[in-house]
Design a protein around this ligand. Structure first.
Ligand code: CTP
Length: 418
């Protein structure tokens, strides 16, 4: 179906530029013609000569080439195609496209075109999730630019997450459906399963500590973040047990869910889950329970003072799971819900509880974290503090699951020596 179609391929400067050559090969195999615009940065990764050999056409780079302009003006270049494809679409070129810049041939062509544009982003995961890139992509989407990818995976920079350029075959599939006027296949391909064969335990939601048969002590935890982490670990192939307090969010697919009420029950369920490779304690466990819950409803007595509630501490599940020994998970991850001195308190909490990582988040009411859709977290490990941008809870979960997978499957020398 691509036979006779004309593709103008913009190759920008990223490590994924090497895949553009395979993309050209595939497109030519499908009998499409390909013409390339190579940016100055792109030419640091692939040579004009190799693109010329593969496309059997001239490669365009220079905005001010008199010969090029007389033979084929940049406006004609931008329109003499059925589709423009930007692959790799770096953070830089997406930013320039969003800003409407025309400071080189590639952006000028993209600004001047009246044809559909498909971008295949490729960049470091932090660059992809940076607020600036997120806003640029949103702007471009609203203007009708189509996207394919990026995929999740281990990146050249040894980080895990979204940012890897789609494979050439996926880009060809996206081109085919765009040119056949179908909805482009923006859904991501199946994720890699780096956690296959690993067991994970996740705690989530609040606990309820009975005062009497009808009243309890609890907190505002919605369980959204913990449930999203369980779902993300399962998507990466882990066998996941989720121990959850009472929540209104649905059970994640592909996860064994154990429903409990109190902290004591949560601890028992965690211990019953057996040996796991990673434990993530995202639950907001009530710190105290009644020393002796009343067996029947506490009644108001006319003129009498309100009852004094005698409290006793709950078991600390995170600290219990972090205890050294044969049963200890390889990696124990805690959360720190803080309302002030977020990072400092969390750093101290990591040492006190004996876990490996702490995900610190500000839960003061103004942030809307409790029950909200987004979260701003800091990942604290023995190596230091990583500040993550504000992300959806699902994205925090996938990024954390990815970091866990990377840690469990590809320990770095520095961490192995810890
Ligand atoms: N946690 C736990 N069991 C408890 C209390 C907390 O497993 N009884 C875990 C939480 O799931 C979280 C971490 O410990 O992973 C920190 O929880 P947080 O409420 O922030 O800290 P606390 O230990 O309760 O300390 P504080 O309330 O003094 O900040």
């Amino acid at each position: 179906m691509l036979k006779g179609k004309r593709i103008l391929l913009v190759v920008a400067g990223g490590i994924a530029a090497f895949k553009s050559q395979e993309l050209i090969r595939l497109l030519r195999k499908h009998e499409a013609s390909v013409r390339c615009v190579l940016t100055e940065a792109g030419a640091k990764f692939v040579t004009p000569l190799s693109l010329q050999a593969l496309t059997e056409d001239k490669v365009y780079s220079d905005m001010f080439s008199l010969t090029d302009e007389s033979e084929m003006g940049h406006i004609q270049l931008s329109r003499d195609a059925d589709l423009l494809v930007v692959a790799p679409a770096t953070a830089n070129i997406l930013g320039r496209m969003a800003a409407g810049l025309a400071d080189d041939l590639a952006t000028t062509v993209l600004l001047a075109t009246d044809k559909p544009v498909l971008a295949a982003p490729a960049m470091n995961v932090r660059m992809w999730t940076h607020a600036a890139t997120v806003a640029n992509v949103e702007t471009l989407r609203q203007r009708g630019i189509h996207f394919v990818g990026p995929n999740d995976g281990v990146m050249a920079c040894n980080e895990y997450g979204p940012g890897r350029m789609s494979e050439p075959a996926e880009i060809v599939a996206a081109i085919e459906s765009l040119l056949s006027a179908e909805k482009p296949p923006l859904e991501k391909p199946p994720l890699e399963k780096p956690m296959a064969g690993k067991r994970a335990l996740v705690t989530s939601g609040p606990t309820r500590e009975a005062i009497d048969p009808v009243r309890y002590i609890s907190n505002h935890s919605s369980g959204k973040q913990g449930h999203a982490i369980a779902a993300a670990l399962a998507q990466l192939g882990a066998e996941v047990t989720l121990v959850s307090g009472p929540v209104n969010v649905p059970d994640p697919a592909g996860v064994k869910v154990v429903k409990i009420e109190s902290a004591d029950q949560m601890l028992d369920a965690c211990l019953a889950a057996g040996k796991v490779d990673v434990a993530v304690c995202a639950a907001a466990v009530a710190d105290w329970k009644m020393a002796v819950p009343a067996g029947s409803k506490l009644k108001k007595k006319p003129g009498a003072a309100p009852p004094a509630l005698e409290l006793t501490p709950n078991p600390d599940i995170l600290a219990a799971l972090s205890k050294p020994g044969a049963k200890r998970p390889t990696l124990v991850v805690g959360f720190a819900a803080e309302t002030e001195n977020v990072v400092a308190n969390a750093v101290e909490k990591r040492t006190r509880k004996g876990c490996d990582w702490i995900v610190a988040n500000d839960v003061s009411p103004a942030t809307g974290t409790f029950g909200g859709e987004r979260n701003t977290v800091h990942l604290i490990s023995a190596q230091g503090v990583q500040d993550w941008p504000t992300l959806s809870k699902d994205r925090v979960a996938m990024q954390l699951a990815g970091a866990i997978a990377l840690h469990l499957t590809r320990p770095r020398p520095a961490e192995a020596a810890e």
